[in-house]
Unconditional design. Structure first.
Ligand SMILES: NC(=O)C1=CN([C@@H]2O[C@H](COP(=O)(O)OP(=O)(O)OC[C@H]3O[C@@H](n4cnc5c(N)ncnc54)[C@H](OP(=O)(O)O)[C@@H]3O)[C@@H](O)[C@H]2O)[C@@H](O)CC1
Ligand SMILES: Nc1ncnc2c1ncn2[C@@H]1O[C@H](COP(=O)(O)OP(=O)(O)O)[C@@H](O)[C@H]1O
Ligand SMILES: [K+]
Length: 501
């Protein structure tokens, strides 16, 4: 349950419930939070000439007063800068009373070389863009290039969306409490946090028991148990059969990348469905992967009747015309055999003028459907959601999943997987080297492979995204899409060390 992600609002509920349940009152939690940050600073920045603590008016500032006191008690050179005093009788007011370091005006703060800045201006309570002297301080700190440790969130960053509201600190280290928030994981928040540490402040795990958890950081704990075992008496078709639709003669590589990804991810059989004019080029490049002609939808139906694939990929370089639209609807009308369908790239764009046609077909289909748009493709199907700057990437993906009836993999450096039932996962193991042509095609194949093997759709999508990212990260610089399927055995070996032989 460590990978549960809480919105700032949910975290507020957890704080209140924890205070009611005891043993720590609000000030007790604040002291624990401050102690966790102070310990980390002593551990990581022992060589700093001093620490400049910037405190805001709320509880984030309260944490700052605790940290300033603890560091000063330990002999660290501390200067404290704060303007507005906390509200009377608040936990933050108590923390300020207990802090013997005399506050100076924020306007008097100048970053000093060798010093660390502790940002305790705003955290979960950020309600408007940071302006005035505080915005100036943020600029001064950025210009000076001094290290910044942020309490809970870099001030200015929305804990919900991961987007800055106006000026925002760019931290080297952010210490948050109990659980991560979406703003720590979504871009650009993930970058602005620097290293993220989650500190235990004495809130019991049971605080989560009564909550309706719907958001996680993607990782094996979320889906590992759902990855199908390969039984001792397995044969290739019980391991799933994936069909991948190829484009025309000059656009065949994308389908082969998806097919290779599907095969390496464990499907027992993979077939490329090719138009007539691409048969010979596909034949020249396929070995263990099968090939079949499927020029028009009647040939697709004949193939589905005869060969009964369990999942399919449609879209990578498939073309945005009638063939792709009719294939998508042809797949979705199946009511036996086929369990999963991944629609990507051209299969998304092909419905740009008629998204409701696609959504109605998905919603009335028994097949688990996954859409894998990058931001540009997302905007073609969900223009209003893409244009709504107030929504977080998680909220956008969830709304799109609910509207379309499909699981949405909204790709990028912070890929979000969202299910129509509201479950969502944010992926964080992505590698920048995945930004290479064809890498999304391999992802489609990996996801389809898990669907073909009978994995539930949210888990299949989340597993596919994580495995794909892990493969990219393990390869590193020099990666091209062709390398991704070939890295999967190494990723699996690390994940399932008992699966050798
Ligand atoms: N027990 C707990 O709950 C624990 C909480 N903990 C800590 O508490 C933090 C949350 O504290 P918080 O709720 O007091 O919010 P915080 O971020 O300090 O700001 C609120 C104040 O700032 C003001 N304000 C906001 N934006 C502004 C702006 N741009 N410019 C100017 N003013 C602005 C806002 O004004 P208002 O919106 O009311 O107008 C209000 O006065 C959390 O991040 C963690 O660090 C830990 O100690 C662990 C236990
Ligand atoms: N900077 C990045 N960090 C992590 N993952 C990335 C990054 N850039 C791209 N990716 C991943 O690489 C893949 C690219 O897919 P896509 O945009 O469809 O490219 P293509 O169409 O060329 O295959 C997606 O899975 C995306 O999440
Ligand atoms: K902060």
């Amino acid at each position: 349950m460590r990978m549960v992600v809480l919105t700032p609002e949910e975290m507020g509920n957890v704080d209140r419930a924890a205070i009611t349940a005891g043993p720590h009152d609000g000030y007790g939690l604040m002291r624990n939070a401050g102690a966790a940050v102070a310990d980390l600073i002593l551990e990581r920045f022992s060589g700093a000439a001093g620490v400049a603590v910037l405190c805001g008016p709320g509880n984030n500032g309260g944490d700052g007063y605790v940290i300033a006191r603890l560091l000063a008690e330990r002999g660290v050179n501390v200067r404290l800068f704060a303007d507005a005093a906390p509200q009377e009788d608040s936990d933050a007011a108590r923390a300020r009373e207990d802090c013997f370091v005399t506050p100076e005006a924020l306007a008097d703060f100048r970053p000093e070389t060798g010093w660390l800045v502790l940002d305790a201006l705003y955290g979960a309570g950020l309600s408007k863009p940071i302006a005035g002297i505080e915005a100036e301080l943020i600029e001064r700190v950025a210009a000076a290039g001094v290290p910044v440790v942020a309490v809970d969130l870099p001030s200015g960053l929305s804990g919900l969306t991961g987007k800055p509201l106006g000026s925002c600190f760019d931290a080297d280290l952010t210490v948050t409490f109990f659980r991560k928030k979406p703003g720590h994981l979504l871009m650009p928040g993930r970058r602005l946090c620097g290293e993220l540490v989650v500190a235990d402040i004495g809130i019991a795990e049971t605080a989560l028991a009564s909550m309706d958890i719907a958001l996680w950081e993607n990782g094996p704990a979320l889906w590992r148990d759902g990855v199908p075992a390969v039984e001792i008496d397995a044969h290739k078709y019980v391991r799933g059969h994936v069909a991948v639709v190829s484009g025309g003669g000059a656009s065949t590589g994308a389908a082969r990348l998806a097919a290779r990804g599907a095969a390496r991810a464990g499907a027992g059989a993979v077939t490329v469905l090719s138009p007539a004019n691409a048969l010979s080029v596909n034949a020249m490049h396929l070995t263990s992967i099968m090939l079949r002609k499927a020029e028009a939808v009647d040939e697709l139906i004949a193939f589905l009747d005869e060969r009964k694939p369990t999942a399919a990929v449609l879209g990578p370089a498939a073309g945005t015309g009638e063939r792709t639209r009719s294939f998508a609807l042809g797949f979705l009308e199946r009511n036996e055999g086929l369990k999963g369908l991944v629609l990507d790239a051209d299969a998304i764009t092909a419905f740009a003028d008629a998204p409701d046609t696609l959504f109605e077909a998905v919603r009335s289909s028994v097949i688990a459907t996954v859409l894998t748009p990058h931001d540009g493709e997302f905007a073609r199907l969900f223009g209003d959601l893409a244009a709504d700057a107030s929504m977080s990437k998680v909220e956008r993906a969830r709304a799109a999943a609910e509207r379309s009836g499909a699981v949405i993999i909204l790709k990028g450096a912070d890929t979000v997987v969202a299910c129509p039932d509201g479950r969502a996962a944010i992926n964080t193991n992505g590698s920048r080297f995945l930004a290479t042509a064809g890498s999304g095609d391999v992802l489609c194949g990996i996801v389809a492979s898990h669907l073909a093997q009978g994995m539930p759709v949210f888990e299949a999508a989340s597993a596919g995204v994580w495995l794909h990212a892990e493969a990219g990260g393990m390869f590193g610089r020099g990666l091209i899409a062709e390398d991704l399927p070939e890295m999967l055995p190494h990723v699996f070996q690390a994940l399932f060390p008992d699966d050798m032989g």
